[in-house]
Ligand binder design. Structure first.
Ligand SMILES: *[C@@H]1O[C@H](CO)[C@@H](O)[C@H](O)[C@H]1NC(C)=O
Ligand SMILES: *[C@@H]1O[C@H](CO)[C@@H](O)[C@H](O)[C@H]1NC(C)=O
Ligand SMILES: *[C@@H]1O[C@H](CO)[C@@H](O)[C@H](O)[C@H]1NC(C)=O
Ligand SMILES: *[C@@H]1O[C@H](CO)[C@@H](O)[C@H](O)[C@H]1NC(C)=O
Ligand SMILES: *[C@@H]1O[C@H](CO)[C@@H](O)[C@H](O)[C@H]1NC(C)=O
Ligand SMILES: *[C@@H]1O[C@H](CO)[C@@H](O)[C@H](O)[C@H]1NC(C)=O
Ligand SMILES: *[C@@H]1O[C@H](CO)[C@@H](O)[C@H](O)[C@H]1NC(C)=O
Length: 387
């Protein structure tokens, strides 16, 4: 009602104004005519302007389309063999050609055309500037023929990509295009030739990234020892953060074996799921620890740490060594003893209860108890090693 009133009042007010401007003037026919002439002239001019603007717009759009057609024609010439998917010149993905299945990187799940079997991961960890660089070599099997390799990366700066086939033909396969698609956290590599089912392939990717101050991926934490701030770098991959540390098929269904090797300054030590298999020291104060191959498992079970912790250990009745790593002062004051003993008892209990032997040769667990960390954060980090 109120609205109607208002609009009616508005309408009346408008017509009143109109009446004022027209009616209040002296009613001579001469003036009437000039007013009409002006109105007609104004009307004609606005229509003319409209026509001109429309004409300009049409001309522009026609020439623009011709230009676009030319450039995409040129692009098409370059990728005549593969018109399955398109990208505009600036590396942006064109939204015109979106058809399901042709742009699998737009899907939430990875295309099920490839299956990883083994990861060889080498990382160099720079604690002085909180960065790391790495090289991953993924051995995978082709399930359905495809030209695309779609795997997860997030926050990683990918440098070099090489793809090899297991066939006799030596040398890398030609890569047509590769790009990061951030909305789905994937990296897409399009090959010139199709990969064939039942064949295995290898992909080498070099990359670098920051060790973020955040409890995800490969991150850093700190504590104060003797009035000095000390740093450590650890991982938290569950549920979907392995992709922040290395390119991988980061879905639990893609189980594979992993071999990790970590290079870092010798003032730090490194830990991972498996025991150290070989350790080499450079003369310049760097050490490379190579860990044994893990059992077949999901990416989020993988874990490693670069820290300066000490440990206390216990051995279960059937010989599994349990080590609890923590700050030297925490170990000395016995803060880790309860966790160590309860872990030993729990492990024994579960082995008896399920009648399944613990499948790894050791159980290591860095317990981070920085002065300023909440108990929730502590549980998270510990969990990645207990899993
Ligand atoms: C085709 O691609 C090559 C290298 O990617 C580039 O040098 C060349 O200019 C492209 N040709 C056309 C017609 O775009
Ligand atoms: C790609 O397109 C989207 C939207 O169409 C735009 O927001 C983005 O800036 C574009 N990126 C590049 C690199 O042109
Ligand atoms: C792979 O190929 C088989 C038959 O050749 C088909 O049934 C299946 O749906 C394909 N899978 C994918 C992920 O394309
Ligand atoms: C960090 O330090 C390493 C080794 O000193 C160096 O190779 C790397 O480029 C540095 N990264 C950045 C981002 O400064
Ligand atoms: C690919 O990666 C594997 C394992 O990291 C390495 O042994 C091999 O030399 C790499 N190949 C190339 C060409 O970089
Ligand atoms: C690690 O601890 C040792 C002994 O406590 C110390 O000498 C060394 O400087 C520490 N290294 C780092 C990187 O904090
Ligand atoms: C703990 O955190 C607070 C605020 O986040 C900071 O002011 C304080 O210096 C920190 N203490 C230590 C020992 O790092």
């Amino acid at each position: 009602m109120g609205i109607e009133d208002a609009s009616m009042r508005n309408g009346r007010a408008l017509s009143d104004q109109w009446a004022d401007s027209v009616v209040v003037r002296p009613r001579t026919t001469e003036q009437h005519i000039t007013v009409h002439k002006r109105l007609v002239l104004g009307f004609a001019i606005s229509i003319l302007t409209l026509i001109i603007v429309t004409a300009i717009a049409i001309t522009l759009s026609v020439s623009f389309e011709r230009c676009a057609a030319e450039s995409s024609g040129a692009l098409a010439a370059n990728r005549s063999s593969n018109s399955k998917w398109k990208q505009s010149r600036d590396g942006n993905i064109s939204h015109r050609d979106t058809e399901d299945g042709q742009q699998p990187w737009r899907h939430l799940r990875l295309p099920a055309t490839l299956r990883p079997r083994h990861y060889d991961l080498r990382l160099s960890v720079y604690m002085e500037n909180f960065t790391f660089s790495g090289e991953v070599n993924i051995e995978f099997e082709c399930v359905n023929s495809t030209k695309l390799i779609v795997l997860h990366t997030d926050r990683l700066e990918v440098e070099k990509v090489l793809v090899y086939s297991d066939s006799k033909k030596a040398g890398a396969m030609r890569i047509q295009r590769r790009f990061h698609y951030q909305p789905k956290q994937v990296y897409v590599i399009a090959l010139h030739r199709e990969m064939k089912p039942l064949r295995t392939y290898k992909i080498n990717i070099t990359f670098h990234a920051h060790i973020e101050h955040e409890l995800l991926g490969f991150f850093r934490s700190s504590y104060v020892l003797n009035g000095e701030r000390r740093y450590l770098a650890v991982t938290q991959f569950s549920p979907t953060h392995a992709r922040k540390a290395f390119p991988c098929f980061d879905e639990p269904i893609y189980k594979a074996t992993f071999r990790v090797s970590l290079k870092h300054e010798s003032s730090y030590q490194s830990l991972s799921n498996m025991p150290v298999e070989a350790s080499t020291s450079d003369e310049d104060g760097w050490v490379t620890n190579r860990f044994s191959r893990t059992p077949r498992m999901s990416t989020y079970y993988l874990a490693w740490a670069v820290c300066n912790f000490t440990y206390r250990e216990a051995v279960t009745d059937n010989g599994v060594v349990i080590r609890l790593y923590a700050r030297p002062d925490a170990i000395q004051s016995g803060s880790g003893d309860y966790a160590l003993h309860i872990t030993k008892r729990l492990l024994q209990f579960y082995q008896d209860y399920f009648k399944v032997k613990y499948s790894l040769p050791k159980l290591g667990c860095p317990a981070i108890t920085p002065v300023n960390t909440s108990s929730e954060k502590r549980r998270d980090v510990t969990a990645s090693y207990f899993d």
